[in-house]
Design a binder for this molecule. Structure first.
Ligand SMILES: Nc1ncnc2c1ncn2[C@@H]1O[C@H](COP(=O)(O)OS(=O)(=O)O)[C@@H](OP(=O)(O)O)[C@H]1O
Ligand SMILES: [Mg+2]
Length: 458
């Protein structure tokens, strides 16, 4: 089967560039009607928020929290995560700006590329954006939750930066972090009183060294998920989740190159190709990207546009997202990683054939695959890594809760929920990961895996 790749640079134009208006498409209207029938969770207006919860004023740090989910069940336990959710969305929005700048500079041959691309111990790429986002998220979360001793799980590596060879690189990271944090107030967050020093940045990165586990509360961060996509100017995601006692209670996915509407992707791609021949995209000036978020047990998931430059966070008009209603394999689309090394394309092609999937796979970098399922742009996501590879929690936590709350199903290939309670790895994962828009498709894929596993080379 051939592959269809999501946009290289889903670079967008604004409404002035002749985009369709952002008003709800018919399918959105239908979804909104369904959502109104079960109003359990919603961003609320600032004025309404004051009278919620039996007179409970939504005040955090002298701030009215606009996010409200009182109906949370399960791991959410009906707890109020307004403060955490709203902070996490704002933090991810800020982090996206850093990534966009670094990606722009990586793609511009004339720029210094922010120190360009380096190699992690496993030889996968890492850039200023990975360290920069870790420092920014760590600083902003620590500042926003000063009353708690927060823990963050991320692939922390400050060795390269701290080494004698890393001085220039560290300088680029510090500059990127300070340039980014100075904008935090635009997103309703505090910025540091004075610029962070190299030492402060290293300390912030080192804070991301929690190892998770079954008890307590920790944040899980993938600063730049889909690094290959990122360095290639393609899709990537910034993923932040909160885990409590082993359960993912909220997840936020920033997808800077994934536009609010699927149809915009091809338009963006053409537009970008055309424009990039004429002039490189000025940083942050193109309307593109979205942020998705959900709280466990709310039964709803949301999306808002990525804010650029002097735009404003729009808490009052987020869009509810829902998984696709397609259950016929003939019309269903499946997503998988771009790289064969990360997931066996031949095994999934066999599964697709046996289940009756007819469409070309959508090969997309990063957790944008989770975003695509949650939002109904595709129906199935499958990942079957080579034997011995252990999936890490930061590559899945945020995406899983968003798909589940948007109405989808995510399990391992044995049909069991992913276990986020056993440290940085998804220990005990059975063969691979299967995320679907509905139970029917999910059961079919799980059965097909059972039927073909023994004859596979995995
Ligand atoms: N060998 C192997 N097998 C499976 N998975 C691996 C492997 N190596 C790395 N990783 C992890 O996969 C993350 C990237 O997944 P993607 O779905 O984005 O893959 S792809 O780039 O589209 O091929 C990638 O996340 P990032 O490092 O954040 O990009 C890794 O955590
Ligand atoms: Mg990752």
């Amino acid at each position: 089967m051939g592959s269809l790749r999501l946009s290289t640079w889903a670079a967008a134009a604004s409404a002035q560039q002749g985009f369709p208006s952002a008003g709800p498409a018919p399918e959105w209207s239908a979804r909104r009607r369904r959502a109104r029938a079960r109003p359990r969770c919603a961003p609320v207006s600032a004025s309404a928020s004051a009278s919620l919860g039996g007179g409970r004023l939504r005040t955090g740090t002298g701030h009215e929290w606009l996010w409200d989910c009182r109906g949370g069940l399960g791991g959410g336990g009906g707890r109020d995560y307004a403060r955490e959710m709203e902070t996490a969305v704002r933090v991810v929005q800020v982090a996206c700006t850093l990534c966009q700048r670094v990606q722009d500079s990586l793609l511009r041959p004339s720029a210094d590329g922010g120190g360009r691309v380096h190699a992690k111990l496993d030889r996968s790429p890492v850039t200023v954006a990975d360290w920069g986002v870790q420092a920014v998220v760590s600083w902003l979360l620590s500042d926003s939750f000063r009353d708690e001793n927060i823990s963050i799980v991320a692939e922390e590596d400050d060795e390269t930066l701290s080494s004698s060879d890393g001085a220039a690189l560290l300088e680029s990271v510090v500059e990127a972090v300070n340039d980014c944090l100075v904008q935090a107030p635009m997103y309703g967050l505090r910025s540091p009183d004075k610029q962070l020093t190299a030492h402060d940045v290293i300390q912030a990165i080192r804070k991301c060294s929690s190892v998770g586990g079954p008890k307590g509360r920790f944040w899980v961060l993938d600063p730049v998920d889909g690094t290959l996509g990122f360095v290639r100017g393609d899709q990537y995601a910034i993923a932040l989740a909160l885990i409590e006692d082993g359960e993912v209670v909220l997840g936020v996915l920033g997808c800077p190159n994934y536009p609010m509407k699927k149809e915009w992707l091809s338009y963006h791609q053409k537009y970008y190709r055309l424009m990039s021949n004429v002039a490189p995209p000025p940083s942050g000036s193109w309307h593109k990207g979205c942020v998705m978020y959900a709280q466990k047990g709310c039964g709803q998931a949301w999306m808002q546009p990525l804010v650029h430059d002097f735009g404003k966070l729009d808490w009052h008009h987020p869009r509810e997202i829902q998984v696709s209603s397609i259950s016929d394999p003939v019309s269903a689309t499946f997503c998988e990683p771009v790289e064969k090394a990360n997931s066996s394309h031949s095994f999934t092609a066999g599964l697709a054939h046996s289940v009756g999937l007819r469409k070309q796979p959508l090969r997309v970098y990063s957790m944008v695959k989770y975003a695509a399922i949650a939002r109904g742009d595709a129906e199935i996501f499958m990942k079957f890594a080579r034997a011995g590879y252990k999936e890490k929690i930061w590559d899945h936590a945020a995406g899983v809760v968003i798909i589940q709350e948007a109405g989808g199903v995510v399990t391992d290939a044995g049909g069991r929920p992913l276990d986020f309670s056993r440290g940085v790895y998804l220990e005990g994962l059975d063969r691979g990961i299967i995320a679907c828009s509905g139970k029917l498709l999910h059961e079919r894929i799980v059965d097909a895996v059972d039927a073909s596993w023994n004859s596979s080379t995995l």
